[in-house]
Ligand binder design. Structure first.
Ligand code: RB5
Length: 145
């Protein structure tokens, strides 16, 4: 799978660890930064990852900041891209199966590295179920317009 990744200074360490794991699993990672510990603004990275999905440069996105919340708020401002903040494996699967979320947001100050890896595996292993869920996702899209 092609996965776009982004983080701010609060999430860069976890983003880098997850990127290495995903590459080791055979995924194609598009790392859109940040790549250092300097303080940066999370909306820039949320926007870049969302745009990579809209441009079909990635199938899914993973955004990491301190809480995941700011990343999700910013990514969800981009029409056509749904992002969810997740701290458990069940919700990780559900945002893919029911909400067709193209972006997973993680809080590096909320979840530890092992749980984060399990969340990512659950998210990437799940697919949108369509059907009644498609109707509801279409309703979200209608709100955007
Ligand atoms: C940065 O200190 C922090 O605000 C950011 O990583 C994130 O938690 C915002 O939602």
């Amino acid at each position: 799978m092609r996965i776009a990744m982004g983080a701010d200074h609060g999430g860069v360490g976890l983003k880098d660890d997850l990127a290495e794991q995903l590459r080791g699993q055979g995924h194609e990672v598009l790392d859109l930064g940040t790549n250092g510990s300097d303080s940066v603004d999370y909306p820039d990275f949320a926007h870049q990852v969302a745009q990579a999905i809209l441009d079909d440069r990635a199938d899914r996105g993973i955004l990491v900041c301190g809480t995941g919340q700011g990343m999700a708020m910013a990514a969800n401002k981009v029409p056509g891209v749904r992002a969810g903040v997740v701290s458990d494996t069940f919700s990780a699967r559900m945002i893919a199966e029911h909400n067709d979320a193209r972006i997973l947001c993680l809080g590096a100050r909320v979840v530890g590295p092992s749980l984060a890896s399990a969340i990512v595996a659950s998210y990437l292993g799940a697919s949108f179920e369509g059907g009644r869920h498609a109707t509801r996702v279409d309703m979200i899209k209608a709100i955007e317009t």
